[in-house]
Design a protein around this ligand. Structure first.
Ligand SMILES: [Zn+2]
Ligand SMILES: [Zn+2]
Length: 349
């Protein structure tokens, strides 16, 4: 079977590998759709968080093609979305409810940009979600980024009636916007520098700011006014700022416009070490909250949002590219001004 492997900066390619075999507790899937993630693009373009030969693709859905003899709740032919995180279930982080920080996630399933994927220990820890007939594989492939967004929103726990900003409208930011809307947030502004991303966010009913057109901080102060705090007169009034871009100007904006006692949720990876205005963080007692991946419970909530129709991800797909041209898919996702979500579809020989 074919599997997409990282080769070098700017180079990914398909290699032929042995088809996976299901162990007693495992499931093998034929992949039917796999999204390209922002982290995949960082890996592609900068070599971040990856080594030569590593399989790629973690946002996927597929059809069960084989099950191990101990698997009782899934059968060949089932259509499923995948939670690719396979935590150990027994380390201190798992025991404390933070399986997203598991010290040994040895059962994780990567390689969604391939013909088949093994899901080890498929019945433990909310790994597979059966798709209703009304849900497409493409929509199922959004389970993973939507789970990231659910965790970010849960960790920030924003006041849904107060001003909220989402900076960076790639697929994570788009999913954060949708989760916030599903939970009833009414006063949300999204920020980006990409026309299609701004347009698809605005369609959910939030207001958007194009950071190419003027001063974002001034725009947010203008919209919501200012608030004073000791040593920080004229601060912004934002209660929760979701930083999903990893871009220095947005990190600067986050500390500037978030009100005293407010929350800055840091969900975007930058691939470098951006500066943070720590004096402002201290003087406004801002809560900087990193959020990473998701637990099985976050994935379960994300699937509920998809299945119920509370979140609609279909408008995010801007490109569909066959697996045989996976290099084009990376180039398309890398071109942020022309894409929101690139989905790779199988074209099995
Ligand atoms: Zn991802
Ligand atoms: Zn663990």
């Amino acid at each position: 079977m074919r599997s997409t492997r990282w080769q070098a900066i700017g180079s990914v390619g398909l290699v032929d590998t042995a088809a996976p075999q299901a162990g007693p507790h495992d499931v093998v899937l034929d992949v039917e759709a796999c999204g390209i993630c922002g982290s995949d693009v960082h890996a592609f373009a900068e070599g971040a968080w990856i080594s030569a030969g590593d399989p790629m693709g973690h946002e996927f859905a597929g059809t069960v093609s084989a099950v191990g003899p101990q698997v009782s709740t899934f059968a060949v032919g089932d259509r499923v979305a995948v939670n690719p995180m396979g935590p150990c279930g027994s380390c201190g982080q798992c025991a404390g409810g933070s399986s997203n920080l598991c010290a040994n996630p040895a059962h994780s399933s990567f390689g969604g940009l391939g013909d088949q994927v093994l899901v080890a220990h498929a019945e433990s820890g909310a790994r597979l979600f059966r798709l209703p007939d009304t849900m497409s594989f493409e929509e199922g492939a959004f389970l993973e980024p939507l789970s990231v967004a659910v965790r970010a929103v849960r960790c920030a726990d924003p006041d849904l009636a107060a001003p909220v900003v989402v900076a960076g409208l790639g697929s994570i930011g788009q999913c954060v916007v949708r989760v916030l809307r599903a939970y009833g947030a009414s006063d949300v502004v999204g920020i980006d520098v990409s026309t299609p991303r701004l347009r698809v966010a605005a369609a959910t009913g939030v207001d958007v700011l194009d950071a190419r057109e003027g001063d974002v901080v001034a725009g947010l102060l203008d919209r919501w006014g200012t608030s004073d705090s000791p040593y920080q007169p004229g601060s912004g009034n934002v209660a929760a700022f979701f930083e999903c871009s990893g871009a220095q100007p947005m990190i600067n904006a986050a500390t500037a416009v978030t009100r005293a006692g407010g929350t800055v949720a840091l969900t975007g990876l930058s691939g470098h070490r951006p500066g943070v205005d720590l004096d402002t963080v201290v003087q406004k007692e801002l809560r900087l909250r990193g959020t990473f991946a998701y637990t099985g419970d976050d994935a379960t909530e994300a699937f509920r949002l998809l299945e119920s129709g509370a979140v609609d991800v279909a408008p995010l797909v801007t490109h569909r590219i066959p697996l045989s041209r996976v290099d084009e898919a990376f180039a398309a996702q890398h071109a942020t001004d022309g894409s929101v979500k690139v989905v790779v579809l199988p074209d099995r020989p």
